[in-house]
Ligand binder design. Sequence first.
Ligand SMILES: Nc1ncnc2c1ncn2[C@@H]1O[C@H](COP(=O)(O)OP(=O)(O)O)[C@@H](O)[C@H]1O
Ligand SMILES: [Mg+2]
Length: 500
Amino acid sequence: MLEQLQIKNLTKRFGTVIANDRVTFDVRRGEIHCLFGENGAGKSTLAECIYGTYRSESGTICFNGELVEFNSPRDAIQLGIGMIHQHFVLVPPLTVLENIIVGTEDAKVLLNTQKAENKFKELCARYELKLNGHAAIWDLSVGEQQWVEILKALYLDVKFLILDEPTAVLTPEESDKLFRILNVMKRQGISIVLITHKLKEVMQSDRVTVMRKGKIINTVDTKSTTREQLTHMMISSELAVQGLKKKINSESTVVQIKKLDVRGPRGGYAVKDLNLTLNSHEIVGIAGVAGNGQKELFETLVGIQSPESGEVWLDTEDITHWSPAEILAAGVGHIPQDRYREGLIGQLSIVDNLLLGMHRSPRFAQRGFLDQERVRAFVQEQVDQFEIVAPSIDTVVGNLSGGNAQKVVLARELFQASVVLLANQPTRGLDISIADYVHRQLLEKRKEGYAILLASEELDELIKLSDRIVVMFKGQIAGEFVADNPDLEQIGLLMAGGNL
Ligand SMILES: Nc1ncnc2c1ncn2[C@@H]1O[C@H](COP(=O)(O)OP(=O)(O)O)[C@@H](O)[C@H]1O
Ligand SMILES: [Mg+2]
């Protein structure tokens, strides 16, 4: 029998939301099967139904050819089904080995510790993983923790493993390594369901199933499909940005960052001796794992932080020690990394948030008073233009979805900025259609001549949008690439702290 798992017409609701709508889905023995779709498409819900966390209202699940009904994950685990969740469930103070055997019979019998350690070592060898069984979880990197999660499943002799977006937190090298591990599992006959929204990973699978709004759109052989077809299946309308980015000759320097040193929160240097130039009509992408000084660099450029030394020039002016208000007034917009903590005031309305920093603008204020009519007309215009979905312009921003909240930040910053746009992770956590909207806005501003600095952890995004890509590692520029056809391996290596 080819199929190890067969699901027919499975439906699962949460209140009025149909998270899985008559889903029919099968997984073949020993294949890597990707489940691909936007946020909220219903992927995790389907996985939890297979794993026994949720019970579906209707539909059937067959495993190894037999009809099953799981009351809890315990039932699924007993049949050899394992799942690695989006968020780690390891216990930080315990060691690697303790985490792997916790909950198994081996944890109960002291004598079995040696047996457990032997099995652990054997698994490490088979999967080419270097892990110290006696290290505490909190001393491990995120990547290493991911390997522990996998070993934990393998220790239970899983025959069927579901991984829910495991690579969201991995560097490109680590994600390659994950695929090497998955391929070893596959050769052992283990079936794998990998939930991801990264096309690069989907393309390495055997088959892919695309979900959209709770429904299965299609299941295809990966070999016989393309990235474009998959994207098209995933989003309802054709939104692909491809082709929008045309080479524009940019010659005039807009921003010059010279030998910048910025202190980090823990006293050391977050940014060290950084030099970078931004030209008009250009998007410079910063690749790098978050926490390598991107936040401090952006905050220095917008005046929130003061550098210890070095200079920032905007055209012919030294703006190194200008205030945020002065920098904003000079035409520099900022889309911050954390839109709720830095970009918006959650308790205030869309009107008030859109007006932040513009209260004294002659456009809205007359003799010190805001012209409410003008203000509301302007806000409504912005809401329409950016297609912000909200009950009214007086809705409190904290009640908007992430995508709509980000559009408020975007509307305000794009309106105020006139020469430079600084965007730090502007699409993090957004649906692909809204991310695409943000991309279009950035490319539009590039066409208008803005100099744009864009930091992102998604290499695909940087390649799609940037003219140049620089890699940031430990506060420094570790390398620079032309974004036409960059060497991804080299970029990944630099992101992880390696040398070329
Ligand atoms: N525990 C829950 N309670 C209520 N609604 C939920 C719950 N889990 C998921 N949903 C809703 O079900 C839909 C599908 O979510 P999910 O399966 O998490 O999607 P995905 O994993 O593809 O991002 C979404 O609209 C989500 O808001
Ligand atoms: Mg999910």
